[in-house]
Design a protein around this ligand. Structure first.
Ligand code: FMN
Length: 197
């Protein structure tokens, strides 16, 4: 990922925290055309709980995150709807290379820690979906997160990847590891990788 370090000149304020420019990692731009037809992806969407050791490459990770809650229009709106367009859903990428926050507006990752915070180390990546408890209704936050993991699940189906949404995980350990402010809560996780052939 080092080669993708972005030279953002200003310190950027995000999610009530301040991240230094050196923590930003630009993601590859994504191909928004083609792919598996939607009806086929819906037919193939399913939970797969066993993962091969195959890593997820950066271009695929970029597409996973963009599908989850990426910016899909010039007016800064997302691939998922959010109540009052609050966009108060945060996707953290937990991997053996550290843990990162997805910044949809800059299509970048922000490195939070070198720690591997995956609750289960079977899949190469676990996404941790979080919301701001102080912004909007908690039910709405859960809906936003559900939209995001469904988008990722459909993307996974379209690429013949494996994924499982997991509501059972050690929330405290992820929240502590990510040094989340008290208002940000991890609602659910989704492990993603490739199936065992
Ligand atoms: C909100 C939510 C929480 C879930 N939590 C877990 C979990 O903790 N562990 C697990 O193995 N699967 C979990 N699942 C996956 C479900 O067990 C799975 O979606 C269900 O069995 C239906 O299978 P399918 O996704 O293949 O249609 C969860 C799914 C959802 C939507």
């Amino acid at each position: 990922m080092k080669k993708l370090f972005l030279t953002i000149t200003a310190i950027i304020i995000f999610s009530n925290s301040v991240y230094a420019q050196q923590d930003y990692i630009a993601l590859p731009s994504i191909d928004k055309t083609g792919g598996m037809p939607l009806m086929q992806a819906l037919s193939e969407r399913k939970t797969i709980r066993s993962f091969s050791k195959e890593p997820i490459q950066e271009d695929v990770l970029a597409e996973i995150l963009w599908a989850g809650a990426g910016k899909n229009r010039e007016e800064n709106k997302l691939t998922i709807p959010t109540a009052l367009n609050r966009q108060n859903v945060f996707i953290y990428v937990l991997s053996d290379k550290g843990s990162f926050l997805y910044d949809a507006q800059n299509h970048s990752l922000i490195k939070i820690t070198d720690a591997d915070l995956r609750p289960v180390k079977d899949a190469p990546i676990t996404l941790a979906y979080a919301a701001d408890k102080n912004k909007g209704d908690k039910l709405y936050a859960a809906m936003h997160v559900g939209s995001a993991y469904q988008n990722v699940g459909l993307y996974a189906a379209s690429k013949h990847m494996a994924n499982v949404v997991r509501g059972s995980f050690d929330r405290g350990s992820i929240e502590r590891g990510l040094k989340l402010p008290k208002n940000i809560e991890v609602l659910i996780t989704q492990a993603i990788g490739y199936p065992i052939q």
